[in-house]
Design a protein around this ligand. Structure first.
Ligand code: AMP
Ligand code: GLY
Length: 426
């Protein structure tokens, strides 16, 4: 088969993991990343085009004659990158702006769930505080209040009491998240353990693509503010095969069928954030992309070639594609974050240049850049992802933390308990 030219869009740890895996494919002839990061530069050519610069990315795809565009972040989908590429018949792994509403509009997704009878929390969507308050009257604490649109992971408030809930509603409707908060979604609180389940979709067909468990809180013991994710591991034993089957039948399949029936076929990654409740898996949220840092552990565990699957999904040919093959080992990813993350991450902190990543450890760059003197420094909240495979999760954990001990980031911090749920019970 002829080698492919692939354009990867994004610059985080997720994209470094994707680039690392794509570059190992015998099908990959040339890999270009926009805008990429210093870690991605080791395996791809970088181009300085922003992920929301649709015309710039389209021009780049044409200039390099891309055979496939792989989109990392949802922000590129929201502004219609996949739609523009479709007009030009350039295969794109990533959904249309309409399809990406499963992530970009919580109200759309909740209404979609209601139309198709998908298991999720009871909810209401409101544009005024009085009606929101009337719905809150029917619920018991804790209360879940969400801004409708994208709010960089900060648009969700779990309020311990009614006063806090009312304040959050007023805050969002008052414009704290701009237009993203013009509508608020109020939900019933679901109890259980969370897990992330992934499917690759081509518009009609969905293929299971593994699972992972994230750690959203900033500090050990699941304390502190919510973040984009401080660490992951895969596979998560709590998500048994029976639960995966149930989530597949009750959520993923009807979602892909429902989106196609509603005229916006779903292409790309369908990432289901699940709550494993006493009455089965329920949807917390959908994302239209790989999780970050869930993607990192999936890429480490993926034994088979990623590129044929991405291409088949982009070309509507998944039904004939071979499913992914996973390594037996467990994988873990620990995020090294900048001082002040998530509220006010301090950039510019110096990162030690030559950490010892012996054993099975792999480091993926997230928010890094080179300063004027060519030194590697922090450029974002989550800076490095230290990942490892191991025969058991315990072994993977030991390798990753040993490697982390050899890296230094001024003021940086990481959680020391990634994987604790599985490590405690299995
Ligand atoms: P989201 O951005 O919708 O994923 O929400 C962020 C986090 O808030 C989730 O990962 C959950 O931990 C929590 N959360 C959101 N919705 C609910 C809910 N209805 N019940 C319980 N926890 C929730
Ligand atoms: N790690 C959670 C997310 O990517 O949304």
């Amino acid at each position: 088969m002829e080698k492919l030219t692939i354009l990867l869009v994004g610059s985080g740890g997720r994209e470094h993991a994707l680039a690392w895996k794509i570059a190992q494919s015998p099908l990959c002839g040339r890999l270009v990343a926009a805008p990429g990061n210093p870690g991605i530069e080791a395996v791809a050519e970088l181009r300085d085009t922003k992920v929301t610069d649709v015309e710039g990315l389209v021009a780049l795809a044409q200039q390099i004659a891309a055979d496939l565009v792989v989109v990392g972040p949802e922000s590129a989908l929201e502004v219609g990158l996949a739609d523009r590429l479709a007009e030009l018949n350039i295969p794109c792994f990533g959904g249309s702006a309409q399809a990406a509403r499963l992530e970009t509009s919580k109200a759309f997704t909740k209404d979609f769930c209601a139309r198709h009878g998908l298991p999720t929390a009871a909810y209401g969507v409101y544009t005024d505080a009085a009606s929101a308050g009337a719905f809150l009257d029917t619920l018991t604490a804790p209360f879940v209040i969400k801004a409708d649109g994208l709010a960089a992971g900060k648009g969700v408030v779990i309020a311990a009491d009614r006063a806090e809930a009312d304040a959050a509603v007023l805050d969002m409707l008052g414009g704290r998240f701009g237009s993203a908060g013009a509508r608020v979604v109020i939900e019933e609180f679901m109890h259980g353990e969370e897990a992330s389940l992934f499917a690759i979709c081509d518009g009609q067909t969905a293929m299971l693509f593994g699972a992972a468990q994230d750690h959203k809180r900033a500090y050990d013991g699941d304390r502190g503010p919510n973040t984009g994710g401080m660490g992951t591991y895969s596979p998560p034993p709590v998500l048994t095969d029976a639960l995966v089957d149930q989530a597949w039948r009750e959520l993923i399949e009807p979602t892909v069928k429902g989106m196609a029936a509603e005229g916006c076929p779903y292409v790309g990654v369908l990432y289901a954030g699940l709550m494993l409740t006493e009455s089965g898996p329920k949807l917390v949220e959908y994302n239209a992309r790989f999780g970050d840092p869930e993607c990192q552990v999936l890429m480490l565990r993926l034994e088979s070639d990623l590129v044929p699957l991405l291409l088949a999904a982009a070309q509507g040919a998944l039904a004939a594609a071979a499913p992914p093959v996973w390594r037996e080992e467990a994988a873990i990813c620990v995020v090294l974050a900048a001082e002040g993350y998530p509220d006010a991450p301090k950039t510019g902190g110096l990162i030690s240049q030559e950490p010892d990543f012996g054993g099975e450890a792999v480091v993926f760059h997230a928010g890094t850049t080179l300063d004027a003197e060519g030194r590697l420094v922090a450029a974002g909240g989550r800076v490095l992802n230290v990942c490892a495979l191991g025969a058991t999760l315990h072994e993977a954990r030991d390798v990753a933390y040993a490697a982390l001990g050899t890296v230094s980031l001024e003021g940086g911090f990481y959680r020391t308990d990634i994987g604790w749920r599985a490590l405690q019970h299995y």
